[in-house]
Structure formats: C-alpha cells, structure tokens
Design a protein around this ligand. Structure first.
Ligand code: FOL
Length: 227
C-alpha cells in the first residue's frame, strides 16, 4: 500500500488569478519573489550537518531534498540554465513520456523524472519504488512535494485529496494573462487563509508584509484545506 504524500501548491497570481502569459510569467522579473520561490522549495527541515568518520568530521552531503512537480509547458518556460531546478528532484508531467527528447535527459543523474500524470508523480514519489529505481545511487529521500504549475497541473492536483496547502503570492496589480489558477481560494468553501505565524512555520522563515519591486506590490500568503 502506498502512503499518501501531502502536496503543497506554490504560485504567484494577479488579482484575477492570472499566472501566465505566452508561456512566461505575466509580470516583469520580480527577483525577490522568485528568490522566495527558490528558498522555500529548496528548504528542508533538518539542516545538513557534519558526519564523524575515522579520519575526522566531514561535511554531510545533503541526502534529503524536496521535489517539484511541473507540467511540460512550465518545464519549457524555465530558462535552460536553471533547469532542472537545482537542489530539488524535478518531476515533469507530459503526455509524451516516451518521446525521444526526454530519454537522454532522464538517463542523466539529475533527471528530470518524466511521468504521464500528476497521479503517477505522486505515486512514484511516495512509493519506495521511486527511491529504488531513480535515487538508489544517491540515497536521496524526499521531504516535501511542491506542485509548481501550470494551470492544468494545479487543477489535476486540486482534484486529489493530497493537495493540503497553497503558498500563494498575491500580485497587487493586473497584467495581461492567458493562463489562470483554477480556484479562487478566498471564495471557495474548502479553503481557509492561514495566519502569518502559520505561514512562517510552513515556509521556515520570517515573512515580510507587503513587498514591492519595479512598482509592483506583492504579498506572501498561505491557504489550507479544511479537514
Ligand atoms: N511560485 C511563485 N511564488 N513565484 C513564481 O514565479 C513561480 N513560478 C513558477 C511556479 N511557481 C511559482 C513557474 N515558473 C523558475 C522560472 C520560472 C518558474 C519557476 C522557476 C526559475 O528559474 N527558478 C530558479 C531561480 C532563478 C532565479 O533565482 O532567478 C530556481 O532555482 O528556483
């Protein structure tokens, strides 16, 4: 039997829930917002320590990491020099799992892992099979699983019971968008907004109030599903 693995969705959205335009983010690059995404998706609760050996102490190589699950279009939207996203197990969901373009990438040590659905992503990350097949050589354990988009992947994740939390960055103004987050968390009965304390506990760092970059304001928020 496979243990269910909680999923955290992470995204930034405009007031009308726009998340993308022309296969890119709708807003000018917001470095502090992107840095928050990178820190939060990388952070694991147990900090890497040192290991005692016969010849002294050595720095522990990190063996516990988080995973990021994304759709094929989101993978394409990440600049080549940043993908796979460093320090995280990358899982790409595509209908073209068997396509030639993925096979060479999959054979390389850093992945990405390529699967056919969000369900398969969860399955492969939660079953021991994932570790055995993909990660045995590096003895990697997965701590948290983040769903990083886009719209169809968020929608599929929200349809399952594993989607427990959403880390939403509310962008303060509108930009032209052609892709939207599928649920209005403020209006949906099934979701409650978490407090600043709860958010800080979830992300493992202090969060500021409203931020501003390039004349765009934004705010980091947490939503949790009712039991
Ligand atoms: N969530 C939030 N809060 N903001 C986002 O911009 C965001 N973007 C995506 C998913 N969730 C998000 C999907 N798009 C990179 C690029 C696009 C992207 C996600 C990640 C990326 O290149 N990330 C690098 C950081 C690069 C940098 O520091 O500029 C990474 O290492 O995470």
């Amino acid at each position: 039997p496979t243990k269910s693995l909680p999923l955290t969705l992470i995204l930034a959205a405009t007031p009308s829930l726009g998340i993308g335009h022309a296969n890119a983010l709708p807003w000018p690059q917001l470095r502090k917002e992107m840095a928050y995404f990178a820190r939060v998706t990388k952070r694991v609760s147990a900090p890497p320590a040192v290991t005692a050996t016969a010849s002294g102490t050595i720095a522990d190589t990190r063996r516990v990491v988080n995973a990021v699950v994304m759709g094929r279009k989101t993978w394409d939207s990440i600049p080549e020099k940043f993908r796979p996203l460093k320090g995280r197990v990358n899982v790409v969901v595509t209908r073209g799992v068997g396509d030639e373009k993925w096979s060479a990438l999959q054979r390389s040590e850093e992945g990405p892992v390529v699967v056919g659905s969000v369900g398969e992503a969860v399955e492969s990350l939660s079953s021991g099979g994932f570790n055995a097949q993909i990660l045995a050589s590096s003895q990697l354990g997965i701590e948290k699983v983040f769903v990083i988009g886009g719209a169809s992947i968020y929608k599929a994740a929200l349809e399952g019971p594993e989607a427990r939390r959403v880390l939403l960055t509310k962008i303060g103004k509108e930009f032209e968008c052609d892709t939207f987050f599928p649920v209005d968390l403020e209006k949906d009965e099934g979701w409650r907004r978490g407090s600043k304390d709860e958010l800080e506990r979830v992300v493992g760092e202090e969060v500021p109030g409203e931020m501003e970059e390039k004349g765009v304001t934004f705010e980091f928020c947490l939503f949790e599903r009712y039991e």
